[in-house]
Design a protein around this ligand. Structure first.
Ligand SMILES: *Cc1c(COP(=O)(O)O)cnc(C)c1O
Length: 371
């Protein structure tokens, strides 16, 4: 089935005795055993699994063409769980432009147990040169946050495969509708489901999808079930509900994104626009090869100093000045001040998540804010 169809039907796997057409919310934390000690409903205790989480995991595994998925209480917890599943002393090649919260895990939580290098992964030679005998994982993020760098998933996967290194891809900015890293050779895909999967800025969650149910998958599943950083049945229910409209929301985000990027690219007060759909984007050809469309995320540099940039970000009326992305409402954010003084993000960079309002209204708001 095509993603539009899967998104609507894959989560309705719970056949209830009351004949519900959509899945009910199963709040029970515990499940009946039979005389032989088995679990006839397929679930034992809701930290281990529950019907709503299984429905979510099956749906996203299908949308990403994976063998299995593990849902977590946040996107960040996907990073935690994968890093915890690695052997201590393992080396990770991570991107130089990386979601700061997961980078912070490496720098402040795994700094004594894992080794890592942050590399410009648009340069394949730099990746090859960073490989060490103990390199266990190449972690990529494409398109990346906040510079929208695009890395060649297929090319990096052949480097990883030839050295027996696991390739994991944070595909949050693309969503499973626009990009399927497993089909391009990745072993693991990650989504912050807080973003496009949830799509309404009201659910926190994350999910890891694996290409195979191999030994690393078993470790990830064990960290999830034993560690217990799992989403609630209600969050899983909301996500399944949101995912039903994902393909159509993404069409709107892409269409609006394209128009906003083209508008910004021509604006005299804008120094540069980072959007993989623009022909001027340095990895536009790779983006065209591995993405079905280019999404609603972009960032741009305001001509001038931090003051000129604050004027723009404080001048919006329709946009919400807030962090996060992927919701129906347009958001704008000054990344540097969120990431803190160690951040390498340019001080005149604004990141926007283009929502599903009418594009004329979104552009009119930017027009008045840019003055
Ligand atoms: C938001 C985000 C995360 C972290 O997800 P949370 O749900 O906020 O924990 C990771 N990667 C990317 C690209 C993100 O945008």
């Amino acid at each position: 089935m095509k993603p539009e169809t899967l998104a609507i039907h894959a989560s309705n796997i719970v056949k209830s005795t009351t004949g519900d057409v959509t899945s009910p919310i199963n709040l029970s934390t515990t499940f009946f055993r039979d005389e032989n000690g088995g679990y006839p409903g397929g679930h034992m205790y809701s930290r281990v699994s529950n019907p709503n989480r299984s429905a979510l995991e099956n749906t996203v595994a299908k949308l990403e063409y994976g063998a299995a998925a593990a849902a977590f209480a946040s996107g960040n917890n996907c990073g935690m769980s994968l890093f915890q599943a690695l052997k201590p002393g393992s080396h990770i090649i991570a991107p130089d432009d990386m979601y700061w919260g997961i980078k912070k895990q490496l720098l402040t939580i795994f700094n004594e147990t894992l080794e890592f290098d942050f590399v410009d992964q648009t340069n394949l030679a730099l990746i090859e040169a960073s490989i060490k005998p103990n390199t266990a994982l190449i972690w990529i993020e494409t398109p990346s946050n906040p510079l929208l760098k695009v890395t060649d998933i297929e090319a990096i996967s052949s480097i990883a495969k030839s050295r027996n290194i696991t390739l994991a891809c944070d595909s949050t900015f693309a969503s499973p509708v626009l990009q399927n890293p497993i089909l391009l050779g990745a072993d693991i895909v990650m989504h912050s489901s807080t973003k496009y999967l949830g799509g309404h800025s009201d659910i926190l969650g994350g999910i890891l999808i694996t290409a195979k149910q191999d030994a690393l998958w078993e470790k990830i599943r064990n960290v999830q079930q034993t560690g217990g950083a799992v989403p609630s049945p209600f969050d899983c229910f909301l996500l399944c509900r949101s995912i039903k409209t994902l393909a159509y929301r993404m069409k709107g985000h892409c269409e609006n994104g394209k128009q906003v990027a083209q508008y910004l690219a021509k604006h005299p007060k804008v120094e540069a626009v980072f959007y993989p759909g623009l022909e001027t984007h340095p990895q536009h050809e790779i983006a065209k090869k591995q993405m079905k469309d280019f999404g609603g995320m972009m960032s741009f540099l305001v001509k001038g100093d931090v003051e000129a940039t604050s004027k723009v970000v404080n001048g919006v009326q329709l946009f919400a000045q807030a962090t996060s992305l992927g919701g129906v409402e347009s958001l704008i954010e000054h990344r540097f001040s969120v990431e803190g003084p160690d951040s390498k993000t340019p001080k005149n960079l604004l990141r926007i998540s283009v929502g599903l309002e009418h594009p004329d209204d979104i552009i009119a708001d930017l027009e008045q804010a840019l003055g």
